[in-house]
Structures are given as C-alpha cells and as structure tokens.
Design a protein around this ligand. Structure first.
Ligand SMILES: C[S@@+](CC[C@H](N)C(=O)[O-])C[C@H]1O[C@@H](n2cnc3c(N)ncnc32)[C@H](O)[C@@H]1O
Length: 598
C-alpha cells in the first residue's frame, strides 16, 4: 500500500494543565515492595549467575528481585525487553570458597542491576532504551535500581549464616559504592552558604518546636535561592527530614475556614482551587498557625508563568512558548470565572485588594512550584504545602526519591535519602521526571546536567491514517507516538541506530519501505532493510529537523548580558533546543555518511 508521511510540527504536550485543580505537578512516588526469597537450587554449569530456574544444586544463595507487576503500565513492553535480553529477575549464586567467588558474585550483582534497571524504566526511558543498551538509563532509574537491589540484599544480610555473610557484605558494599560514585559523577553544584535570614531560622525553630526532625539546615545557593544542606552525613535509608502530619497545609484547613460555606456552593470547584484561594488570604492572617511559614515565601516566584513580553517573543515557535501561553490563558479564565464575582458578592471574605489577578498568579506559582501530593493516613491523596520540605531543591540526580506517604506509625511525612548525602552537601529532592520546558514553566529554572526527559515530540501520521481518520498504527513496535532527544544521550551511534530511538526508526522504516522504489536490487541487512529505506528514513528525519532549526533562528540575536531573568531563561531554553536539534541533524548526517561508505 502506498503511504506517505505527513510530518507535522511538534505537538505541545501540556496535558497537566488542562484543568486547574487537578493540575498541580505531582511530586510523589511509591517504593516497590520487595520480596526476598531464600530458594535454593542446583548445580552449576559454566556461569555463576544463571537464573534460578536453570539451577540444579542446593548450595547457593538465591536473590529475587521484586517481580514485574502486571499492574505496571508498561508490563508488556518490559516483559518483552526482559525476554529479548534474556534477563531474569531471580538469580542464584553458588557458595564457593575459592578465590573466584567475589568476582563471580560481582557478576551476579551486575546482572541483578541490569534486570532492576528494566523493571524500573519509565515510559520515556523505555522508549529510548536502545537495542543492546543495558544502561544506566537515567539517574532516577539507576538510583531506583540500586536501591531495589539493596533492599533485596539488606534483609538477607541480617539473617545470613556465617557462610553467606561475607559475600552478601561484599555485594552490599559494592552496591553502595556504585551509588556513591554515580552520585558524585552527577553532582553539579555541591556547597552552599549558610542562610542567616531570620525568617528561615525562625521557620526551622518553629518546626522543631512542633516535632519536626531534621538532619538538614537551610542554606542559600547561587541561582537556586534557598536549599537544604546536610548538617551531618546522611546514609542511605536515613530520614533526612520528618514533618508531623499536623504541620502539613492541606484542604482540611479550608473546610474549617469561614470561606468554605461560600466556596462549597461553587459548581465544579476543586479542593485545590479552594486551597489556592484560601492561601491568598491566609498569608496576611496575623493569627495564622502558619504565619511563620507564609513569612518565608518570596514576593515573586519567577516561573514561566511570569514571563514578560520580551521573554515570550524570544520563545516564539518553541514548545515552551505554547505551554506558557496555554497555561496563562487557562489560569486567566479560572481567575475571571471566580475572583471578580467572589469579591463583588462577599467583599468581607474576599477583599478585592487581596484577590487581584497578580496575586492569583502568585498563588498559582506558589502551588505549582512548592506543593506536593501526599497520601494521608486515611488513604486520601491531597495536594499540600509542606513547610520546611518546601525548601528542598530539585536535581536530576536527587537524594530523596520517595516521600509521598504519611507514615501511620509516627503520623509524619518522612524524607529518606536514596543515596548518601555528605555533611555540607546540598540535599536534593526529585520533583518528578519533568522536561526542562515544564520545569521552566512551573518552577522557573533549567536544571543543570543532561535531562533525559527533554524530548521533542513528533506527530508522524501516515497519509493512510490521516485519510481513514484512524489512530496512528504502531507497526508492531507497540509505540504509537514518537519523539527524539539529544543523541549524545544514546550509547549506540552505530549503523541502524545512529543514536536515534529504535521505535522511531522502526516506524519510519515500516512506512517508507512500502513507499520505496528500490534504486538497487541489493538488500544489505539481515532484517531486510534496504539501503534505500535507510537513506529515506534519515532524510525524512532531516526534513523535520532542518526547518525546526531554522525556525529557532541564530543564538546571538538577543543581547544576553544585560537581559532580565526571564529573557535569560528563555534564551537558555532555546539554546538547549538548538543543541538537541543539532545533535539529531548531526546523527542523521553521519548515518547518511555511513550508508554512503558501505
Ligand atoms: C520547592 S521550592 C525550593 C526552595 C526555593 N529554592 C526557595 O528558595 O524557596 C522550588 C523552587 O526552587 C527553585 N529551584 C529548585 N530546584 C532548583 C534547581 N535545581 N536550580 C535552580 N532553582 C531551583 C525554583 O525557583 C523552584 O521554583
């Protein structure tokens, strides 16, 4: 069938904002439950780390990673990946006394880490996990994987016999060393200056008086404002910060407030929107329980939502421009539908001077950049402001990965570290797996380092799809949507891979193969891919990205030095886009060269 490609401009992905009230960025996650099994099996063939079901002898240590859950949204894809790579989640290590034991134990560890990496892949990582690429796939994925391996080894070590203790200790120490060395490779900025501001010191003291436990102190960091500095060495699993449930700002406070009887009657209003309106007023309440917290909040948040006209015009044609404009329009219509009427009808409750558009935007920025989703002991998920924890900054290689559930034994929210944090080092949180455009829009910063979530989405429909109005086909790869990211992140720049994602290449090959009129009879590869198809694939990608690059213009069009914070951020973002596009173009060009050289 003759199919032609219809190439469209990148799709703007900003679903999160479609509805205010369900749109606060999610900052929570759940730790995988870990099963440990002490199943012993049988003799050994050539390798030491064969999956359990291949074993036949009993004198061995067995490791069982948490199995791939059928509830995992990517169950089928991960299962396929595990199968095609012949990776299992159960491992057996034969106890031996000769000198090769540690080396082979380390090989088992390596296999476990590889399996754990697959189990912990998220959607983007899965898309880009190229053939033959065993990771690391991202800092998040690596830390999750090493932690899950550690959570298998640790309990085994606690109950180990003397025979097994030594090897388990070696495996544990090696895993921790891997975490440390991975963390130190990814540190982009380490030390801050003590924060001597009264407001922050008062906040910490207030927290401690109300049951907060902290191994952190507040410091200031160039380019990031305040942050949390480790006051002592914090080891993996240690609680860096513990906040009692009673200090968490959530919807119950609105329900108890005098504005609730008005807000509850507004059609379709969410608890989050109520909370936002409540916070606009509560920050001025001299008797507020959270007065000290509100006093530490900045007067300006400087997120993308506050970008001025110059920054926006610098961004024209980019994904971020679309995201900011959509977000602002959405928030403006929320404001218009709520605030003027509330102020007119209930001026004593909603004082017009507190409910201006500017302060509404301020509150949106506060909630977008500082809120967390927390599961309380009643099982309910609420969007919250968490005093003191709100001072933790984000990193692509964070210390704290999981923090979204109130511990029912202590009634507190615990922030445990998933990699060691040394005294004096900034202790980072993960805000989530966000692209730089999202982080600029809702948090106002571009993270340092390679962000694996900086993708450019592609709309590639076939003419056939378009004409018949059907959903895009996945050509057997299981992916119906496609994207690229900086090809420097790929571990495979060889022929057939070119540093580009294999689902995209497979999709284009399938479509273009049908279109192809071969110029030579020669098929040159084992998968039946012809040189003509391969050239067409790369030229197609070039035909998307060359115009995209032209659309961004030259990087020195704006005077950067004296620019305002928002223009600088916009220009940095554009540079990043250029870098990604340039890498894709360069990879296609070198791929075409490789094909030419064949
Ligand atoms: C939850 S607050 C963290 C505390 C904040 N630094 C402060 O001084 O209030 C989130 C804000 O911190 C800043 N931030 C967080 N991580 C950052 C980073 N890696 N680089 C620069 N700024 C960061 C951004 O302004 C973001 O909107």
């Amino acid at each position: 069938m003759n199919q032609s490609l219809i190439l469209k401009a990148p799709r703007v992905v900003s679903g999160r904002l479609l509805k205010f009230g369900v749109g606060f960025p999610s900052l929570y996650g759940f730790r995988h439950r870990c099963l440990v099994c002490s199943r012993f099996s049988q003799p050994f063939p050539s390798t030491f780390y064969l999956p359990v079901n291949n074993m036949k002898k009993t004198d061995a240590v067995s490791f069982l990673l948490p199995p791939l859950s059928e509830k995992d949204p990517f169950f089928a894809k991960k299962k396929k990946l595990l199968a095609t790579r012949n990776v299992d989640t159960e491992f057996l290590l034969l106890r031996r006394t000769d000198s090769s034991f540690p080396a082979e134990a380390l090989q088992t560890l390596d296999e476990m880490v590889r399996a754990a990496r697959i189990l912990h892949l998220d959607e983007t990582e899965l898309y880009f996990a190229g053939d033959g690429d065993f990771g690391p796939f991202s800092a998040r994925n690596e830390l999750e994987s090493l932690n899950s391996v550690l959570s298998v080894i640790n309990p085994m070590l606690l109950s180990a016999t003397d025979d097994n203790k030594e090897v388990l200790q070696v495996l544990r120490d090696t895993t921790i060393d891997m975490m440390k060395s991975f963390g130190s490779k990814n540190i982009v900025e380490k030390f801050g200056e003590n924060c001597n501001s009264d407001a922050e010191n008062l906040l910490l003291q207030w927290g401690k008086n109300h049951g907060v436990k902290a191994k952190l102190q507040i410091a200031s960091y160039k380019g990031a404002g305040r942050g949390a500095m480790a006051a002592e060495d914090i080891s993996i699993g240690d609680v860096a910060l513990e906040i009692p449930e009673a200090l968490i700002i959530c919807e119950e406070l609105v329900f108890e407030s005098d504005m609730f009887h008005v807000l509850k009657d507004i059609d379709g209003i969410t608890a989050e929107t109520m909370l936002l309106l409540w916070s606009m007023k509560e920050r001025y309440n001299a008797n507020s329980k959270f007065k000290i917290y509100f006093e530490t909040l900045p007067n300006e948040f400087n997120t993308g939502l506050s970008f001025g006209i110059d920054a926006l015009s610098a961004l024209e044609g980019t994904l971020l421009f679309e995201e900011i404009v959509q977000a602002k329009e959405h928030l403006r219509s929320q404001y218009d539908s709520l605030c003027p009427a509330l102020c007119a009808n209930y001026p004593d409750l909603f004082q017009p001077e507190l409910y201006t558009w500017e302060w509404f935007l301020w509150a949106c920025e506060l909630w977008y950049s500082n809120s967390m989703k927390v599961v309380f002991t009643d099982g309910k998920l609420r969007t919250c402001l968490v005093p003191i924890a709100g001072l933790l900054n984000h990193s692509l290689c964070p210390h704290i990965l999981h923090y979204g559930r109130v511990d029912s034994t202590t009634n507190s929210l615990k922030f445990c570290v998933s990699r060691p944090c040394r005294q004096g080092e900034q202790c980072y949180l993960s805000y989530g797996c966000f692209s730089s455009s999202h982080l600029i829009n809702f948090y106002g910063f571009l993270p340092k380092g390679d962000n694996p979530y900086d993708i450019i989405p592609l709309d590639i429909d076939t003419l056939q799809d378009e004409e018949s109005n059907i959903q895009p086909t996945n050509n057997g790869s299981g992916w119906t949507t496609h994207m690229v990211r900086g090809t420097w992140l790929s571990n495979n720049n060889e022929l057939y891979s070119y540093g580009l994602p294999s689902p995209l290449l497979e999709h284009l090959r399938a479509v273009l193969r049908d279109d192809e009129i071969p110029t030579s009879l020669e098929t040159f590869d084992c998968n039946g891919i012809t040189k003509d198809t391969e050239v067409a694939v790369l030229e197609t990608i070039l035909s998307i990205f060359n115009p995209m690059m032209e659309g961004l213009g030259k990087s020195d069009e704006f005077e950067r030095e004296n620019s305002s914070w928002d223009v600088k951020l916009a220009l940095d973002y554009k540079d990043l886009q250029r870098k990604i596009i340039a890498s894709v173009v360069a990879s296609c060009s070198s791929g075409l060269q490789m094909l030419d050289d064949l």
